[in-house]
Design a binder for this molecule. Sequence first.
Ligand SMILES: O=C(O)CC1=CCC(=O)O1
Length: 391
Amino acid sequence: MIPDYELTGPPNAPVLVLSNSLGTDRTMWDQQLPELSSRFRVLRYDQRGHGKTPATPGPYELETLGRDVLDLLDHLEIVRVRFAGVSLGGMTGMWLAANAPERIERLALLCTSAALGTPENWRERAAFVRANGTGAMTDSTLGRWFTAELSSRQDVVAKYGGMMAATDDEGYAGCCEAIAGMALEGRLGGITAPTLVVAGYDDPATPPEHAERIAAGIPNARLAVLERAAHLANVEQAERVNRLLVEHFVSEGEPMSTASGEAATARTGTGMAVRRQVLGDEHVDRAIERRTEFTEPFQDFITRYAWGELWASEGMDRPTRSCVTLAILAATGCHDELAMHVRAARRNGVEASTIREVLMHVAVYAGVPKANSAFALADRILGEEADGNGA
Ligand SMILES: O=C(O)CC1=CCC(=O)O1
């Protein structure tokens, strides 16, 4: 069967397939799409019986779901892809990487498992849904998908509860039966695609131990465990997941890095996204507007290296980067930049009291006069924020 799909992103970019989890549809990737489609041809599709892809009578096997992807790729005449899947999507990805390795260049497995629960449990769940409908599963499911903070939010309940209830009963049940019958553990050692494995620290459905087992089983795998994330970590920790996916699919891989022009384009895309996150749209739009022929190469350089490399790196969190930046700017007396970075630090979650501590360090290590002017400036910026003028 050819599943319903959507292609987004530059026509000549490498194709990245995104595969959804049980009870969701392809819009579960909404928070990934802008970032990923700036550098990939993103192919989002709906699993069988989910979203706009019709159900067929179950039970299904994982092979059924894997072959749906192969049918879709054949239909679109796409030979080889990068593939990311959440939970059931990740199981589909493991099946593909083990059974059609020539089609899978790199793999990302999010909040998934190679052996989940008992077959009886999954068959019971299938029977329950056939009898009561997917709507009857919504409340319990949202509690597994999100931490308490998110699962009570009205917009989240509306979007993801709605997705679950809209999933075809037979499609959902058939997919439960595919999980009941999956036999992936013995196949992990044969997966050759470089693989990123991501787990949510608070995921009750596929806890981090499942990811650890996958990462230990696949020869070329890397594991990342995200705090404050349950089963749909790509929704709850979208920014971190985006960064991990971009790093995994772009920076090390051949196609982008073999063509230096494309690598630079990719860095510019990441850089622009990170720059906007840290400095805010208003500031970045102003900087773009003010570009001249003379300053453009410098602006481009900053976007690529300061934002696309340094600030985009996972090596240090953003609040810490902000503190380091504030200290350096205050110590070197770069006051225009310091004002901008006081605002950026607040946007990155740095408290005013921490900014004060940073400037106290400046007083001791760089000199009281430097700290004195930095204090005056920071006080003004923080005051503007308190007055509601802190754009
Ligand atoms: O619904 C669950 O319990 C979690 C889950 C298993 C496979 C999947 O896609 O979601």
